[in-house]
Design a protein around this ligand. Structure first.
Ligand code: NAD
Length: 295
């Protein structure tokens, strides 16, 4: 293996320690940052994500207020919960764990969260600010990817970044961020309509896979020396106690022979997402008590 491993656990820990120090300062002023996490239904992956968030909040000295609602909860009931959290001054951030049960409209719920408490940066107001480069939250996973590139001094200026996936939470915002003058990458976005995916991926100095398909990116699709960022988290069935193992979209063993840098799954982008969530939640509280806007 020749690639340098981009260890999100190490970089994420540094960022969480920074969040912890800032939280201590805020607590000395009598304010404990609080993130409310709403989970509807019993999706096993969502349960484990919420647990990881609760643990990170506790370690940073922040309050995590988890609301676990049954899968039969109606959209109106969920909107009622969000309304009361919006009005609660002791809650600084609100996160609705996705996906929601099919009978609840995701867009309606996301846009019901007070934008000042929208630490996921999914609300249309915050997405607009991101696009217009106005100060505000940045979405956790794309921002986590940017921080990993920064930490490892991976050049973005003039680099060709190929982002696979156009979701509102990963692909689109990440493409927007990389194209900012600050990072100055030339961005290609690939998706289900892309013809000959490998033609594009082989040109990538920075290759970002945010698809959700195990094994999609094989070693022969990677340019020598590229930075390969695997956002995908897929549960693949295996024999054993849990019955599954986590894997990304990239065939790690193959890509690591060719790439210059590569993220593992698990332990790459995932811990960075959590660290950025801690920082956004903290920022929401700091802003409330007179701090600057932005993360
Ligand atoms: P999504 O399902 O909303 O979007 C997937 C995208 O992939 C779509 O835009 C689609 O056009 C594209 N796509 C699908 N098949 C393709 C193909 N064969 N070729 C090219 N493009 C293709 O997904 P999402 O919410 O952005 O999540 C993507 C993956 O990232 C999932 O595995 C998810 O679990 C993971 N994820 C990880 C984190 C993290 O913190 N590590 C955070 C969010 C999402």
């Amino acid at each position: 293996m020749s690639a340098i491993i981009l260890d999100g656990k190490v970089t994420g820990k540094k960022l969480r320690e920074n969040a912890k120090e800032r939280t201590t300062l805020l607590r000395k002023q009598g304010h404990t940052p609080c993130l409310a996490v709403i989970l509807v239904g019993d999706n096993p992956a969502s349960h484990s994500y919420v647990k990881a968030k609760e643990k990170a909040l506790a370690e940073a000295g922040m309050e995590g207020r988890s609301l676990r609602l049954g899968g039969e909860t109606s959209e109106a009931e969920l909107l009622g919960v969000i309304k009361s959290l919006n009005a609660d001054d002791s809650v600084h951030g609100i996160l609705v764990q996705l996906p929601l049960p099919r009978h609840i409209r995701e867009a309606v719920v996301i846009n019901a969260v007070d934008p000042r408490k929208d630490v996921d940066c999914f609300h249309r107001v915050n997405v607009g600010k991101l696009l217009l480069e106005e100060p505000g939250f940045l979405p956790c996973t794309p921002h986590g990817v940017i921080q990993l590139l920064r930490e490892h001094k991976i050049p973005t200026k003039g680099a060709h970044a190929v982002v696979i996936g156009r979701s509102n939470i990963v692909g689109k915002p990440l493409a927007m961020l990389l194209a900012r003058k600050e990072f100055n990458a030339t961005v290609t976005m690939c998706h289900t309509g892309t013809k000959n995916l490998a033609f594009h991926t082989r040109q990538a100095d920075i290759l970002i896979a945010a698809v959700g398909q195990p094994g999609l990116i094989t070693g022969d699709m990677v340019k020598r020396g590229a930075a390969v960022i695997d956002v995908g988290v897929n549960r693949v069935s295996v024999a054993g106690e849990t019955g599954y193992r986590l894997t990304g979209d990239v065939v790690f063993e193959e890509a690591a022979q060719i790439a210059g840098w590569i993220t593992p799954v698990p332990g790459g982008v995932g811990p960075m997402t959590i660290a950025m969530l801690m920082l956004n939640s903290l920022s929401a509280a700091e802003i409330r008590y007179g701090g600057k806007c932005g993360t």
